[in-house]
Structure formats: structure tokens, C-alpha cells
Ligand binder design. Structure first.
Ligand code: PLP
Length: 435
């Protein structure tokens, strides 16, 4: 029941498509969050996107802050990406053999990134992270990995694990179908807790292959970590012969060309990328020093492969995207624009004493219905506040603003969002907050 101040948008065509899609796909979707289970209504079926706008099947227009969950840092239908992809497609789509385009994208990355000497392309973030874990295990000869409660690393078995009870726990599976014995190789601890990690290293001495953390945790709200804590992680890994893996699938090429590693000034042993690196097409990547990457097949004994890995069309989209991001001033402009946008929303909420905060870094933002000034671990988030996000989500859709359909998801600003759209979005957000 809509009790807001605006009538609901028409969703007749989207609803029809959803009825049909439910007969084909579990929950009607090909990735669960798309099903709108955490917000009002049923999914909008998107027909096209251009710049910072998307249009749904009913012809509703939205300013999009989801950006396909992060890849679209240049906005939708960017002409430079489209032209490059179209040009490359004229020569065929995939060969399963090396192409010069892979070299071109690799060179763009390696020459402009202090954290990787050699890389391997995959077709998704999940694959990149799963492979990075295998590499860490192969390199160290150890089995256990340590992850943090509230970090998401894709849907591979050993990472679909959440904390059990207690400070340092063997993980419990967070999905049916993950063997308990796999979860037992994953230790889960809270973020921002030095004691927990010291205890884990004491308890599992010489058994931990790697500590994996999202560069900046952004899958369970935006859980900013102190720089000292990240440096502490790096040191404790080094002291214990474990590798530090930065999962930069969201933060890579987002908070800067060199991602969160450069943001903190920390050198991870392995980094993983996804999303932006493919400019909207399926690309993931993991990379490390030449020594560590020397353990990957066919040079070394850690097997990893992919029929469509490094396929020319996806490489073309990545090349066109990263070429733009590598231009001087790109991140400064994007981040400044985002920070101005966020600051004015924050000022508005503060002036009215709303229990609402916008947490932000670079061009990422997260709306949180809280009084807390800092959210640094998953436990700091009040699950009941998501009811307020639900209302805000509907009110913003009704005002032409599209956010990802869950209060735990962050929003992204792209270079295609101009001051005009950000101003429009701000007005809509103010109205929704005032309800
Ligand atoms: N790692 C992080 C930090 C992510 O945010 C995601 C996806 O959202 C993944 C890994 C998995 O990437 P993909 O969805 O491309 O498999």
C-alpha cells in the first residue's frame, strides 16, 4: 500500500514480463538480488540505458545509481566503448586462442598499477576470487583462509561462509549445498578487530594460506576500515607467512585507477578485479608479483582456465573503459562531484536531525538510517533500519531515481551524471527523507 506522497509508477509491462520470467527462472531472475525481495513491488525490466539514465519496459525514466552494480563508471551506452566493441566484433567474437587485445588491456593495467606484475583474465569476479584463493593455497601449501563477516567475495563454495558464534569461528555455510567440510577451511572474524585476528593466527598457526578482505568492504553497506587496521592486516600476514588478498572487484578502478591498495598505501600479495575492468562485459582478473603468478598453470601447478577468458569483445570494452579512466583528472572530477552531492544530502539530513547518514568513498555512497558516525563492522548495522530504506527506495523510484533494490547495497555515481541530474536526484532524496 503506497502511503507516500506520490502515486506509484506504472509497472504493467514489467509485471507481465516478471510473470513470464518466473516460469523460466528461479524467482524470475538470473541473480537473486534482482528479484526486489528487499523492497516494495516486483522487478523493473530495463529496456535501455544511456548516460546516467535507464528506461524500463513501461517507459519510465530513471537516473540510475546502480550502474549494473558498479561496472558502469562511464555511464550507460558510452559511445567510446560501444564503438570499440562494435569495431572488434566485426572480426569475430571468440577464438579460444591469444589475441593482441589481451596484451593491450594487460599493458594498460600493469603499466599503471604498482600492485601487479602478472595477471590472468577470467570472466567474472567470482572466478577471479576463487582462483586467487587457489593460488594462495598452492603458493603457501596451506589450506585455511580467513575472511571477514560482512565481506562478499562471489559465490564460490569456500567463500559462501558466514561467522558462527564467538570471536574466531569456523565458518558456517551461508548457502545450502556448501559442504560443512569446505566451510571448516574458512575462518570468519569480525572486521575492525585486531584481537580477533591475533587470536585466529595463534589458534591456526602455520595453517592460514591467506586473509581475504574487500579493498573497502562495500557489499554489506559501506564498512570503512581505518588505515591503521589495514596496515596491521598486512603486517600480521607477513609475520605469519600468509598472503593478503585484496578483493577489489568493486573498489578496483572505482576509488582510483589502482583501487583500494593505493587508497590505503598497502601492497596486497594478490589482488582481484571485476566489474569496471570489463566496461559492462564479463571480465574478471587476478594478479600478483611475477613470482606468485609463476605458480599458475601452465608455468606452475595451480590449475585455472576459461573457454571465454580474455575474449576479444570483452577485452575491447575493458580497453575503451580503462583508457578513459587513465586520463588525467578523471577520478578527481568524479570523486569531487560525488562528494559534493553526498555532502549536501548529509547537511540536509543533519539540519533536520534525521537519523540518516551517507557513508562514502570516491564515487561510492551508502544511505544508512542510523545515528552512528562510524560503521566499521557488520554488527554495527541495525537490520530493522532496512524498513526505512524500503520506503525510501519506493519513493525514489516514484520520483525517477533508481537505487539498487536493497538497503545493504551501495550506490555508484558515474562520469555521465552531470550536475543537473545530481541536483534532480538531491531534490528527490530530500522529499523522500521528509516523508
Ligand atoms: N567480490 C566482490 C567484492 C564483489 O562485490 C562481487 C560481486 O558483487 C564479487 C566478488 C563477485 O563478482 P561477480 O558477481 O562478477 O561474480
Amino acid at each position: 500500500v503506497n502511503t507516500g506522497s506520490k502515486p506509484d509508477i506504472s509497472r504493467v509491462k514489467s509485471a507481465e514480463l516478471y510473470e513470464k520470467s518466473k516460469t523460466y527462472f528461479p524467482g524470475g531472475v538470473n541473480s537473486p538480488v534482482r528479484a526486489f525481495k528487499s523492497v516494495y513491488g516486483t522487478p523493473l525490466f530495463i529496456e535501455k540505458g544511456d548516460g546516467c539514465y535507464i528506461w524500463d519496459a513501461d517507459g519510465n525514466q530513471f537516473i540510475d545509481f546502480c550502474g549494473s552494480w558498479g561496472p558502469l563508471i562511464l555511464g550507460h551506452n558510452n559511445p567510446k566503448i560501444r564503438e570499440k566493441v562494435t569495431e572488434v566484433m566485426q572480426n569475430g567474437m571468440s577464438f579460444g586462442a591469444p589475441t593482441a587485445l589481451e596484451n593491450e588491456l594487460a599493458e594498460l593495467i600493469i603499466k599503471n598499477n604498482r600492485f601487479v606484475e602478472k595477471i590472468r583474465f577470467t570472466s567474472s569476479g567470482t572466478e577471479a576470487v576463487m582462483s586467487a584463493i587457489r593460488l594462495a593455497r598452492g603458493f603457501t601449501g596451506r589450506d585455511k583462509i580467513l575472511k571477514f563477516e560482512g565481506c562478499y567475495h562471489g559465490h564460490s563454495d569456500s567463500l559462501l561462509v558466514k561467522a558462527g558464534s564467538g570471536l574466531v569461528t569456523f565458518g558456517e555455510t551461508s548457502s545450502a549445498g556448501v559442504p560443512k567440510s569446505f566451510a571448516e577451511e574458512t575462518i570468519v572474524i569480525p572486521l575492525n578487530d585486531t584481537t580477533a585476528i591475533e587470536q585466529a593466527f595463534a589458534q591456526f598457526k602455520d595453517q592460514i594460506a591467506a586473509v581475504i578482505i574487500e579493498g573497502i568492504p562495500a557489499n554489506n553497506g559501506l564498512i570503512m576500515q581505518d588505515e591503521e587496521y589495514i596496515h596491521f592486516l598486512s603486517k600480521i600476514c607477513k609475520d605469519n607467512g600468509s598472503l593478503l588478498i585484496f578483493d577489489e572487484v568493486i573498489t578496483g578502478f572505482r576509488v582510483g585507477f589502482e583501487g583500494a591498495a593505493a587508497y590505503y598505501g598497502v601492497k596486497p600479495d594478490i589482488v582481484t578485479y571485476g566489474k569496471i575492468i570489463g566496461g559492462g562485459l564479463p571480465v574478471g582478473m587476478y594478479g600478483a608479483s611475477a613470482e606468485i603468478m609463476g605458480h599458475i598453470s601452465p608455468d606452475g601447478g595451480v590449475y585455472q582456465a576459461g573457454t571465454l577468458s580474455g575474449n576479444p569483445v570483452a577485452m575491447a570494452a575493458g580497453i575503451a573503459t580503462l583508457t578513459e579512466l587513465n586520463k588525467s583528472g578523471f577520478y578527481k572530477d568524479l570523486n569531487n562531484k560525488t562528494q559534493e552531492f553526498v555532502a549536501s544530502i548529509q547537511r540536509f539530513a543533519a539540519a533536520r536531525s534525521y537519523k540518516f547518514k551517507v557513508f562514502t568513498v570516491g564515487s561510492i555512497f551508502w544511505f544508512a538510517f542510523t545515528e552512528k558516525d562510524k560503521i566499521q563492522s557488520a554488527d554495527d548495522i541495525d537490520a530493522s533500519s532496512m524498513d526505512k530504506f524500503k520506503i525510501m527506495h519506493r519513493e525514489l523510484l516514484n520520483r525517477g531515481i533508481y537505487l539498487g533494490p536493497s538497503g545493504y547495497e551501495v550506490g555508484f555515481v558515474s562520469s555521465a551524471h552531470t550536475k543537473i541530474e545530481l541536483e534532480k536526484a538531491k531534490r528527490a532524496i530530500f522529499e523522500a527523507l521528509d516523508l
